[in-house]
Design a protein around this ligand. Structure first.
Ligand code: NAI
Ligand code: 15L
Length: 268
């Protein structure tokens, strides 16, 4: 049966807030968790991912988990270790103990951030491109992908890991024209990741059907995802304001853009 009750971690964040609105029409009953309280959501669980008792309680009776919680940008390693690496481990352990069968893990393009971005007629970045994290943050997402793969092989917990591009209401940079995932497509993608059968461990890229797309969406489409949006209507205005990406700009060179130069190491 399709999952109905879904734990949404990171529910107070940018994507969590968007998905709280967009997922219920698909028929989900969301249980919300975040370290921050959520206004207008008195039933939301306010807990840190280091609180294993709270996680045990939070996963009880859910059909699936969408795991968005964590530090979503670069930060000192100790913080990333605690929130993203240990925190994601704690979520998987809680799922294993409670018998939850499916997790959708918010990975990131920054797990492959140092991959040169395709230019001109270059092929799209393939699904099996080697991981090239661009930050401790990206490294934590690479860890999360391997953790998910391990929990499938060892414990039979299925995961769809989504290397999300940029999920915001609108693209705001020229780079985002290639990696944008509209919120509506984000909800479509999460729905597909929750309902596709026999996913085992599957890695997908998460974006809309952008004209300037950089990566292969076929594993996402294989789950039943049919993106409806394209960033192209935003292109003329953004390029007029910001100019085309030029060589020497990290957004021109690498998938991860400026994350590759944080801390600054440009030019190499
Ligand atoms: P965000 O930073 O807006 O939200 C993350 C939420 O997680 C926050 O509400 C925060 O309070 C919570 N959180 C952080 N550490 C926690 C902890 N230790 N315990 C409990 N809660 C904790 O991030 P956003 O943009 O909503 O992203 C959601 C997820 O998707 C993140 O994992 C991020 O890395 C990933 N992602 C997002 C992208 C995007 O374009 N929005 C792109 C690629 C990946
Ligand atoms: C991410 O992984 C971040 O969580 C998000 O805030 C954006 O910066 C996005 O990548 C991006 O690459 O634009």
């Amino acid at each position: 049966p399709a999952p109905r009750t879904v734990l949404l971690t990171g529910a107070a964040g940018g994507m969590g807030t968007l998905m709280r609105e967009l997922l219920p029409p698909y028929g989900y009953q969301l249980r919300l968790l975040d370290q921050l309280p959520i206004e207008g959501e008195p039933d939301a669980i306010t807990a840190d991912l280091s609180d294993r008792d709270a996680l045990r309680e939070a996963v009880r009776g859910v059909d699936a988990i969408i795991h968005l919680a964590g530090i979503s940008l670069e930060a000192p390693f100790e913080k990333i270790l605690r929130a993203n690496i240990e925190g994601t481990y704690n979520v998987y352990e809680a799922a294993r103990e409670a018998g939850v069968r499916r997790i959708v893990f918010a990975s990131s393009n920054h797990a492959v951030g140092f991959t040169p971005r395709p230019v001109g007629d270059d092929p799209l970045i393939p699904l099996d491109t080697p991981r090239r994290p661009d930050t401790y943050y990206g490294l934590s997402k690479a860890f999360g992908e391997d953790l998910a793969s391990f929990y499938w092989d060892k414990h039979g917990i299925e995961t769809v890991a989504i290397r999300i591009g940029s999920c915001f209401p609108e693209p705001t940079t020229v780079r985002m024209l290639s990696i944008w995932m509209s919120p509506a497509d984000g909800a479509r993608l999460l729905h597909a990741a929750l309902t596709a059968e026999n996913v085992g461990y599957t890695m997908i890229y998460g974006s809309s059907a952008n004209t300037r797309l950089w990566w292969d969406l076929s594993s996402a489409r294989a789950l039943g995802y049919e993106p409806q949006d394209d960033s192209e209507p935003y292109a003329a205005k953004l390029i007029a304001e910001q100019g085309e990406l030029e060589p020497g700009n990290p957004d021109h060179e690498y998938i991860g853009g400026s994350f590759c130069t944080n801390p600054p190491i440009w030019p190499r």
